[in-house]
Ligand binder design. Structure first.
Ligand SMILES: [Mg+2]
Length: 362
């Protein structure tokens, strides 16, 4: 089966976070920009992918159109790992991180979706042995900076069936409110690289008292694995990191330096499905649990489930706890008894209804 065309479709999806007005990159944050990749094959099969977007959506779209697509048109789709290698080798001079890798990741996901549909098999079956079809889900809250709203959002998450919650807060009173709102369920804290080593270690007692399942990206820059390793040793709280790392090599560096307890590869950033599969295998060989970053709503979310099906270790699937105006896959808005089920269809498992989403196209 050959690749006939590769198209990027960007959606601007209105969303409601339920908090106060937020300024994001200079503008009020009211919509999320999603880059969808649509691949058509000579057999009439359509594969969908998703590349990281938000404020980088235009750059990523151009990178796909100008850098990635020309390397793939008319190529046979059968050996995706080899296509991924060709893309990475051809484009490495433009960066093994960021926009180039986002572009490669999104297209690679669409290739797997198309191949799975051709073979009438879900993606995980094309890669390895299924170990799971149900996953623990967690509600990943927006950053509110307001204890009252945080407590409310924790309670709403519990009502929606989630049995684990992640906060994106940095102030102690807000983190405490999350602890109060979530009760005895696992609680995670993501500070998105807000602190440095000294600031983190100064909060040691407080963080330990919060009994966190993990502390995510405590320091800037996120690739300072030496400092993360020091914190892993001294803080007494498990450290998670990886949503800003690309390729298996960065994860190997993280593991080799003993920087983390949990690895968080993000399939729409890391290099795609096969790159993430290699990362999962490396992590499991090193007894590092993988907690995928999946704060997405489209094909990137389902690609994460396909990969999670292959994991032998326990994992949690992240759901960005926002109301978007139109869900891609409405079944994942809530978690039944705290769990998500692996979809059973070919490729990514479910095809979204593009007709209803097309009104958000920009
Ligand atoms: Mg994070």
């Amino acid at each position: 089966m050959k690749i006939k065309s590769i198209k990027v479709i960007t959606l601007s999806m209105p969303f409601n976070h339920g908090g106060k007005k937020v300024i994001f990159h200079g503008k009020e944050w009211k919509s999320l920009e999603f880059n969808l990749i649509k691949i058509e094959t000579n057999k009439g099969i359509t594969g969908w992918g998703e590349a990281f977007g938000y404020t980088s959506w235009k750059s990523v779209k151009v990178a796909i159109e100008e850098m990635v697509a020309p390397l793939l048109i008319d190529k046979d789709i059968e050996n995706i790992p080899n296509l991924l290698l060709v893309l990475q080798k051809s484009l490495h001079l433009f960066g093994r991180y960021g926009v180039t890798m986002f572009a490669i990741s999104g297209v690679e996901i669409a290739l797997w979706d198309a191949l799975g549909k051709e073979k009438n098999k879900p993606i995980h079956e094309l890669l390895g042995k299924k170990n799971k079809e149900e996953f623990k889900a967690y509600s990943s809250l927006f950053r509110y900076g307001d204890p009252k709203i945080i407590e409310e959002k924790c309670k709403q998450s519990l009502d929606d069936g989630y049995q684990a919650i992640k906060l994106h807060e940095v102030e102690e009173k807000c983190i405490e409110a999350g602890g109060k709102g979530s009760g005895n369920i696992p609680l995670m804290l993501d500070v998105n690289c807000a602190w440095n080593y000294e600031e983190t270690i100064a909060k040691k007692d407080f963080l330990q008292n919060m009994k966190l399942k993990w502390l995510e990206e405590p320091i800037y820059p996120p690739e300072d694995y030496q400092t993360l390793a020091k914190l892993s040793e001294e803080l007494g709280v498990p450290i998670a990191c990886g949503e800003n790392a690309c390729t298996e090599f960065e994860f190997k560096a993280m593991i080799n330096q003993k920087a983390i307890s949990y690895a968080q590869p993000s399939v729409i950033k890391v290099g795609g499905i096969y790159e993430m599969y290699k990362i999962i295998q490396n992590c499991e060989m090193s007894n590092i649990q993988v907690m995928p970053h999946s704060a997405y709503f489209g094909p990137g979310f389902l690609a994460t489930l396909q990969l999670a099906a292959l994991m032998t270790e326990d994992t949690y699937i992240e759901r960005f706890y926002l109301d978007i105006e139109k869900e891609f896959y409405p079944g994942f808005k809530k978690a039944l008894n705290g769990m998500y089920k692996l979809p059973t269809g070919p490729g990514l498992g479910i095809d979204f209804d593009y007709k209803t989403l097309s009104k958000y196209e920009i």
